[in-house]
Design a protein around this ligand. Structure first.
Ligand SMILES: [Mg+2]
Length: 107
């Protein structure tokens, strides 16, 4: 995500004096609720009811993720790359290629 977009998200809250509502718990609950709204678009079907609605709900999730990263001084690029490093170690290509097996069941 571009730095200007991150700053826009942060300023959206600051300009409305909403940061006081952004406890870790509230932000985590907000993220989970928005993730559920993504899931709702797939209820009883394999594709979303609307890609426009999917974009809206994914946007909500990214906004909450940005607030969480900002609150705990986490750099999104760093944490994603750190997690990918871990996932690459857990899922070596030669053991998991084309398989959906969980890492602890790979042989
Ligand atoms: Mg939403």
């Amino acid at each position: 995500m571009k730095q200007t977009t991150i700053e826009r998200i942060i300023n959206f809250s600051k300009n409305r004096d909403w940061d006081k509502f952004h406890t870790g718990a509230n932000l985590a609950k907000g993220l989970a609720i928005e993730a559920s709204e993504v899931l709702e678009l797939f209820l009883w079907q394999d594709e979303p009811t609307s890609v426009d609605d999917l974009a809206d709900e994914l946007g909500d999730c990214l906004i909450y993720l940005t607030y969480l990263c900002d609150k705990y001084k986490l750099d999104p690029d760093t944490i994603v790359n750190n997690k990918l490093d871990k996932n690459e170690r857990k899922y070596p290509i030669d053991k998991c290629y084309g398989k959906s097996t969980k890492y602890n069941k790979l042989s």
